[in-house]
Design a protein around this ligand. Structure first.
Ligand SMILES: Nc1ncnc2c1ncn2[C@@H]1O[C@H](COP(=O)(O)OP(=O)(O)O)[C@@H](O)[C@H]1O
Ligand SMILES: [Mg+2]
Length: 292
C-alpha cells in the first residue's frame, strides 16, 4: 500500500551565514495510511517546522517529500494550496480562527475554497458543530467562546472537508485536562474512521492516544516506536463503543510504553545516524522500485 507520507533526507535551514539554524536535519520518515502518530520532543527540536512542511505551508531546504506518492517539493504555490485543500486538515495551537466571522462561517470556510454553495457549506458546518456539542454556539463570535470551545471549532474547521490527513500542532496545548480529553476522544474517533493523524504534543497523557510515537531532538528523529497492540490497520471500522473499550485498555497498556519513549534519549553519534539514514533511504528507494 502507498504510504501517505514519505520523507527522504529532509532538511530545513533558517537564516544565512553565521545566523543559520538547522531546524530539520536529514529526516527520513514513512507514515502509512491510518496511523495516529504523536510527535514529541523539546521546544526548538523542529516539530512545528516539520508540521508546516508536511502541511505544505513551508518548503524544505533539501530532500524529498512524497504526499500520497506524489513528489511535492517542487510544486507551485497554487498546486500546493490545492493539494492542501483536498487532502489535509490542519489544527494549530493558537486556533487561527477569523475573529470577525461567526463560528459557523469559520467552520464553513474551507468549503468556500472548494467552491461549494453557501447552503451546502452551512449545512455541513452545522452538522459537524452539532457532533462537537457546539450547535448552540453557531452564531457566536470566537471571542465569546472558551478555549476548549475554540479548539473544537478549529478542529471542526479542519475536518469539514473530510481530509484524509489531519495535522495537529499541540492541539491541547492551551487546554485544561477536561477539554483535552474531549478533543482527544474526538481525534480518536476520526482516527477510527480510517484517517491519518499526525499530532505534536508535550503531554504523555495525550500521546497515549497515538499508536506511534516519534521523538525529535535537534531536528532529527531520535526514536520512533510503534505500539503493535494498538496499531490500527486501515479500514478498521469497529463500532464506537467497542473502540472506547479498546482505547481505554490501550491507554493503560500504552502508558508505560510512552513514558519510556518520552524520556529523552541521548543523541546518537552523528556518523551512526548518517549511516542509518543513508541505509533507510537506499531501502526505501529499492522498495519503491520493487513496487513499480
Ligand atoms: N521562521 C523561522 N525563522 C528562523 N528560525 C526559525 C523559524 N522557525 C523556526 N526556527 C528555528 O528552528 C528551530 C526549530 O523550531 P520549531 O520547529 O518551532 O521547534 P518546536 O516546534 O519543536 O519547538 C528553532 O531553533 C527555531 O528557533
Ligand atoms: Mg512548536
Amino acid at each position: 500500500m502507498q504510504p501517505v507520507i514519505e520523507l527522504f533526507g529532509l532538511s530545513k535551514m533558517f537564516g544565512v551565514g553565521d545566523a543559520t539554524t538547522v531546524a530539520l536535519d536529514d529526516i527520513n520518515l514513512t507514515i502509512e495510511k491510518g496511523e495516529f502518530v504523536a510527535i514529541m520532543g523539546p521546544s526548538g527540536s523542529g516539530k512545528t517546522t516539520l508540521m508546516n512542511i508536511l502541511g505544505l505551508l513551508d518548503t524544505p531546504t533539501h530532500g524529498e517529500y512524497y504526499l500520497e506518492g506524489k513528489a511535492v517539493t517542487d510544486l507551485s504555490q497554487h498546486k500546493c494550496a490545492k493539494l492542501r485543500r483536498d487532502h489535509i486538515g490542519m489544527i494549530f495551537q493558537n486556533f487561527n480562527l477569523l475573529s470577525r466571522s461567526t463560528v459557523i462561517d469559520n467552520v464553513a470556510l474551507p468549503l468556500t475554497y472548494r467552491g461549494n454553495a453557501q447552503a451546502k457549506r452551512l449545512t455541513a458546518a452545522s452538522k459537524l458543530l452539532r457532533t462537537f456539542g457546539l450547535n448552540e454556539r453557531e452564531y457566536y463570535m470566537p471571542y465569546q467562546l472558551s478555549g476548549g470551545q475554540l479548539q473544537r471549532v478549529a478542529i471542526a474547521r479542519a475536518l469539514v472537508t473530510n481530509p484524509a490527513i489531519i495535522l495537529a500542532d499541540e492541539p491541547t496545548g492551551n487546554l485544561d485536562t477536561k477539554s483535552s480529553e474531549i478533543i482527544m476522544s474526538e481525534l480518536a474517533d476520526i482516527h477510527m474512521q480510517g484517517n491519518t493523524i499526525i499530532m505534536v504534543t508535550h503531554n504523555p497523557d495525550v500521546a497515549i492516544y497515538a499508536n506511534r510515537v516519534i521523538q525529535m531532538i535537534d531536528g532529527t528523529v531520535a526514536s520512533d516506536s510503534k505500539h503493535p497492540e494498538t496499531l490500527n490497520t486501515t479500514g478498521n471500522k469497529r463500532p464506537l463503543s467497542s473502540f472506547r473499550k479498546a482505547m481505554d485498555a490501550a491507554v493503560n497498556a500504552n502508558k508505560e510504553f510512552v513514558e519510556a519513549t518520552a524520556a529523552l534519549l541521548p543523541p546518537k553519534t552523528r556518523g551512526k545516524r548518517k549511516a542509518a539514514a543513508a541505509r533507510r533511504k537506499r531501502m526505501a528507494i529499492k522498495s519503491r522500485k520493487a513496487k513499480k
